[in-house]
Design a protein around this ligand. Structure first.
Ligand code: ZN
Length: 452
């Protein structure tokens, strides 16, 4: 894994092209509804694109009504047997109307099955008033596999879940987010509560032993030793202080909701499992990154394995991803181009670890192989570049932002604030530095020449 792939991955989801897929309303097993596009259906569950991200939802998280709709849309409508199977599923899962509909469809297709079907219709249980709990489907049946929430016949309906699934947490979070604009402080505790619920859910899903540790602005959720975790936590709070100072955080500025969650992993395997099972990465991509930050709305987390670039590299990755998270959620959550994102992340990384050998290499690239601002600005993503090209993009981004922040931090913040209000880069440059992009580029070039 190269150094550069690390940071850029944090932004990957912002740049993924939209693939046309079917839009559906999904009812979760607790009754909460979300709308998204159905990307795929498999034995394990569905992949839903929701709030800009792909979310894997296991069948056990879905309400039988939704499972029924999905199965029905994929059923061979000319097969009486398929209609009967689906009818059986509905009968077992407190969907009597749907069960009747499917049995009747089967009967229409094959009248010789009348006796069998009438018997099945007679056996449909009365609807229970509580939340219907899905039952295990038979093994030989294709998707979906429904597990966990099964209940025996005659048992009382299951009480509402004490836990929320990750998707439901996101829904609750989205609701809170609206309120957060009114009064971020008021909802702070509710955010922390939701975040801890989420962490519990992660633990249950992965079944690793986690150590949780809180500081003022971060929650560490770590499979590393408590001592190592606590030691690492100092770096993040220092970064927070530095960034708050550079960004001149004011009382009403928005950042992430609650605290920023930092998942730390003792082994790479644990990190990969987290990336795949919790964040929906494919295993190949997870293996290729040394860490990433991810956010849905203002619900943000960072994930890093201990093995990321050795000891120094690990801490530097933490600072790098932490800076991305801060920049992305500082005030409005808008798309910021990678040259600015990577420039800011590296500025803080360099500030914290100035003696790493990579900076000398980057300085050399700036002198001999710098990219122009217009080249930098044209890149919508640094992903997929070869190592040499990527190095030019990263080095040049760092150079430009380092120059901007050092030239005049007050003007830099004005520039960022303008971008966050939706202004173009050119407009933001005018507002912050009172010059055009071209004039800024000339000043930057001049500073590189003088530094030789
Ligand atoms: Zn980055």
């Amino acid at each position: 894994m190269t150094r550069k792939q690390i940071g850029v991955f944090g932004m990957l989801f912002l740049c993924v092209a939209f693939v046309h897929a079917e839009e559906i309303a999904v009812k979760m097993s607790s009754g909460i509804k979300i709308r998204g596009t159905l990307e795929s259906v498999s034995e394990d569950g569905i992949v839903l694109r929701w709030m800009g991200r792909e979310k894997k939802l296991p069948w056990s998280d879905l309400h039988p009504e939704t499972i029924y709709e999905i199965r029905r849309s994929r059923l061979d409508s000319s097969s009486a047997e398929d209609h009967i199977k689906l009818g059986d599923y509905c009968a077992e899962n407190n969907l009597p109307d749907q069960a009747k509909k499917e049995y009747q469809a089967a009967l229409k297709l094959d009248p010789t099955l009348r006796d069998k079907i009438e018997q099945a219709i007679g056996k449909i249980p009365e609807p229970s008033r509580g939340r219907s709990a899905p039952k295990k489907t038979k093994k030989h049946e294709p998707a979906p596999k429904v597990k966990a929430a099964a209940k025996a016949p005659g048992e009382k309906p299951a009480p509402p879940p004490k836990q929320m699934t990750q998707a439901e947490l996101m829904v609750a979070g989205a609701e809170l987010m609206k309120k957060m604009h009114e009064d971020p402080v008021k909802y702070y505790n509710e955010w922390i509560r939701l975040q801890k619920l989420h962490l519990k859910q992660v633990e249950e899903k992965l079944n690793f032993k986690f150590f949780t540790y809180e500081t003022d602005h971060y929650i560490y959720h770590s499979t590393m030793s408590p001592a190592a975790t606590k030691k690492i936590s100092n770096g993040c709070e220092d970064l927070y202080k530095k960034m708050s100072k550079v960004f001149r955080i004011e009382k009403n500025d928005l950042l992430w909701a609650g605290k920023c969650i930092v998942h730390l992993f003792e082994t790479e395997q644990q990190f990969i499992r987290f990336a795949v099972d919790i964040d929906g990465f494919d295993a190949g991509s997870a293996r290729n990154v040394g860490g990433y930050f991810s956010h849905q709305g203002r619900f943000v987390h960072i994930a890093i394995p201990k093995t990321s670039r050795g000891k120094k590299g690990f801490e530097a990755t933490l600072i790098h991803e932490g800076a991305h998270a801060f920049l992305q959620l500082f005030n409005e959550d808008v798309f910021i181009k990678p040259w600015i994102h990577e420039g800011v992340a590296q500025y803080f990384e360099h500030n914290c670890f100035p003696n790493e050998p990579e900076w000398a290499y980057k300085k050399a690239t700036l002198r001999s192989n710098r990219l122009s601002l217009s080249d930098l600005r044209a890149a919508k993503s640094f992903i997929g570049m070869d190592a040499m090209t990527m190095n030019r993009y990263y080095s040049s981004s760092w150079g430009a932002l380092d120059f901007m922040i050092r030239a005049n931090p007050k003007k830099f913040v004005k520039f960022i604030r303008a971008l966050k209000k939706g202004k173009t880069e050119e407009e933001a440059m005018k507002e912050g530095f009172h010059c055009s992009m071209r004039e800024f580029e000339l000043a930057w070039l001049d500073s590189i020449r003088k530094s030789r």
